[in-house]
Design a protein. Structure first.
Length: 325
């Protein structure tokens, strides 16, 4: 399991770039970029090196935390997975590549694909300070239009990308990414109802193409949750002083809501139920909403069952609950 916080090399690289950079200017730039993303404009607002750095300072910590949690979920279900090659689709400043490098010591080859040359330039500058990513390759261009030029990779990751595309282009990209994924594909999106709908559509499309779900679902059946409920998770991460200033936040932490799906080529040897909400810890019992192979159920663990209760007390939102536990 890897930490949700940025690795020391990446922190140092970002801190180095922050020297002499106005934090109030960074805050204004990141707010403008965030507004554009929410309105469906994607990364088009990021046009200068200052824009790219402001975006990275504001968003890399939370994006990294979500990707790290998703990779941890994959490694828990497929502990023997040891990819050597990575394709980071819509890589931006390289956040997912940094997380994958932390998660898999086996990775030797990193390809970053992104249409925004300014973000890609920052990604390569940050990667120069990494012992693992220094020799990564940047493939310029649009995720749909240029993905064909990329080689197959053991692991393909796309974080916070598909929401920028039309439904037709989302389907095209899903098909193309699965074709490039030799063993596994992970797609991460914001943990909103719309983000979950995109993930579920991609999940259904690729299951029909032969994919198996490693996480978060313990099955390939349709999602059993019914609106207004929706599947998503939350990862808490600490905020540095600079991050608080750029985000205009007072609290020393951030909760990133996200949704993901990890798809693999072969059926997982282990299936795990998934904790779908923060468990309710009471004096007499612990109650937790679990997604199981059969359905969504409210699991209740009585305090008198000491071993099971002790195990359930460790459950957190998003955790896998293996059958032996």
């Amino acid at each position: 399991m890897i930490s949700p916080t940025l690795p020391s090399e990446l922190k140092a690289a970002l801190d180095g770039k922050l020297q002499g950079f106005s934090r109030s200017d960074a805050a204004q730039r990141s707010q403008k970029i965030s507004t554009n993303y929410r309105s469906g404009g994607g990364s088009g607002t990021i046009k200068s090196d200052a824009d790219a750095l402001a975006y990275a300072l504001a968003r890399m910590p939370a994006t990294y935390a979500a990707v790290a949690a998703s990779l941890n979920a994959l490694t828990e279900i497929a502990p023997g997975f040891a990819p050597e090659t990575l394709l980071d689709v819509g890589a931006g400043p390289g956040t997912a590549s940094w997380a994958a490098a932390e998660a898999f010591a086996s990775l030797q080859d990193f390809t970053l694909l992104d249409a925004n040359a300014t973000l890609s330039r920052l990604a390569l500058e940050l990667a120069r300070d990494s012992t693992r990513l220094a020799d990564c390759r940047y493939l310029p261009g649009d995720a749909n239009g240029n993905l064909a030029e990329a080689s197959q990779a053991d692991l393909v990751v796309a974080s916070y990308v598909i929401g920028e595309l039309s439904e037709t282009d989302q389907r095209k990209l899903a098909e193309a990414m699965w074709a490039k994924a030799r063993h596994a594909l992970i797609v991460i999106e914001p943990g909103t109802p719309a983000g979950t709908a995109r993930i579920l559509a991609l999940r259904q499309q690729l299951i029909a193409a032969g994919a198996f779900v490693a996480a978060p679902c313990p099955h390939e059946k349709p999602c059993p949750l019914v609106a207004p409920d929706w599947c998503h998770f939350s990862q808490r991460l600490p905020r540095s002083q600079a991050h608080r200033q750029i985000k205009g936040a007072d609290v020393p932490f951030e909760d990133e809501r996200f949704i993901y799906v990890a798809l693999i080529r072969t059926a997982p040897a282990t299936r795990a139920a998934r904790v779908l909400a923060p468990p309710d810890v009471g004096k007499a019992e612990i109650a937790a909403k679990l997604c199981t192979e059969q359905d969504v159920e409210l699991a209740k663990v009585a305090r008198r069952d000491k071993a099971a209760y002790a195990s359930a007390r460790r459950w957190r939102w998003g955790d896998a609950v293996l059958s032996e536990s």
